[in-house]
Ligand binder design. Structure first.
Ligand code: GUN
Length: 294
C-alpha cells in the first residue's frame, strides 16, 4: 500500500505557487492575489477551515481577509456583504464558508457571487461550465482529488470509479470530473447514495473508490476490492485528551483495515483536506491572473 500523501503534494504545489507569485507579481511591483473568506456564526469546524485557509495564504504570499459575523446576521445583510466583495477591486476571489445558519438560503447567497470571483466553484455558472468541459473554477475538494490522482500518475481512463455520496460540494462534481473526457478522467463512474441497493457489491467492483458520505469509518475492508485505490474525503472531529486542539480527525474509511487491502489510500488527516485548501489557492491565483474569461 502507498499513501496518497496530501501533505507532500500540497507542500509541493504551495512552493510552486509561492515562486510564481514572487517572480511574476511581487518582484514586478504588482499586488499579491487576495482571497477573502466570509464566516457566519461560530461553528468550530468552519472556524478551523477558515484559519487553515488564512495560514495557507500567508505561506504562499497571498493577501487574505476574513469577514466574520454572528449567526444572527440576516440573509439581506449577507447578500450585501457578497455585493460588496463582488465590487471590491482589491479582492480577486472570495468564499462564503458553509454551512450557513438555517435562516439563510445558501443557494441565494452562492448565486449572488460573481462567477469570476467564485473561487470555491459553487456558482451554477462554474458548475455548468465544468460539466461542459469549459474553463471554470472547479470546486476545491473535487479539484484537489483530481490533482492528487494526477500527481501520483494514477491511471483513471477506462477504470471503474465508484463514488459514495452525492453532495453538491464533493460527490456530484467529482463523479462528473472522473467521467469527463480529460486526464485524469475517462473513468466509468457509479454514483452511490442513500437509495443505492447492494452497496457492498458495487464498492467491491471499484478500481477507484471515492468516499464522501460523511459517515465515520463506514467503509470496511470487506467492502473494498484488493488493490483498489481509495480516496477518503471524510472529516470527523473526535474528542481526544491526547491532542492540543482537544480533538483528532478521522475519515469515512476504516484506515487500519482498508489500508492493508488497497494499493493506494489517502489518509485522514494528511490527505484530501490539505488538497482542498491548495486548490482554493490555485483558483485564487487564476482569478488574480484573470485566466478565465466569463
Ligand atoms: N464547507 C465545507 N467544505 C467547504 C468548502 O470547500 N467551501 C466552503 N465555502 N465551505 C465549505
Amino acid at each position: 500500500m502507498r499513501l496518497l500523501d496530501g501533505k507532500l503534494i500540497a507542500d509541493q504545489i504551495k512552493a510552486e505557487i509561492a515562486k510564481e507569485v514572487k517572480e511574476t507579481m511581487l518582484d514586478k511591483g504588482m499586488n499579491a492575489p487576495h482571497l477573502a473568506a466570509v464566516l457566519v456564526g461560530d461553528d468550530p469546524a468552519s472556524e478551523t477551515y477558515v484559519t487553515s485557509k488564512e495560514k495557507a495564504c500567508k505561506e504562499v504570499g497571498f493577501i487574505s481577509s476574513v469577514y466574520k459575523y454572528p449567526s444572527t446576521l440576516t440573509q439581506q445583510k449577507l447578500l450585501e456583504v457578497v455585493d460588496f466583495l463582488n465590487k471590491d477591486e482589491e479582492v480577486d476571489g472570495f468564499i462564503v464558508q458553509l454551512p450557513l445558519p438555517k435562516h439563510i438560503d445558501e443557494r441565494k447567497i452562492i448565486e449572488r457571487i460573481n462567477p469570476a470571483k467564485d473561487v470555491d466553484g459553487f456558482h451554477p455558472v462554474n458548475l455548468g461550465r465544468m460539466v461542459l468541459n469549459l474553463p471554470a473554477y472547479l470546486p476545491a475538494t473535487p479539484m484537489g482529488i483530481m490533482t492528487l490522482l494526477e500527481r501520483y500518475s494514477i491511471e483513471t481512463a477506462g477504470k471503474h470509479c465508484v463514488v459514495l455520496g452525492r453532495s453538491h460540494i464533493v460527490g456530484t462534481p467529482v463523479s462528473i470530473l472522473m467521467s469527463r473526457k480529460a486526464n485524469p478522467g475517462n473513468a466509468t463512474v457509479t454514483l452511490c447514495h442513500s437509495y443505492t441497493k447492494d452497496l457492498g457489491i458495487l464498492t467491491n467492483m471499484a478500481d477507484i473508490l471515492i468516499v464522501a458520505m460523511g459517515m465515520l469509518e463506514f467503509v470496511t475492508a470487506d467492502m473494498v476490492k484488493k488493490g483498489a485505490i481509495v480516496v477518503d474525503v471524510g472529516m470527523h472531529r473526535i474528542p481526544s485528551d491526547e491532542t492540543k486542539s482537544g480533538f483528532r480527525l478521522k475519515g469515512d474509511v476504516k484506515f487500519d483495515e482498508v489500508s492493508r487491502k488497497c494499493s493506494y489510500i489517502s489518509p485522514v488527516p494528511g490527505g484530501v483536506g490539505l488538497m482542498t485548501i491548495v486548490s482554493l489557492l490555485q483558483n485564487t491565483l487564476k482569478a488574480a491572473k484573470k485566466e478565465i474569461i466569463f
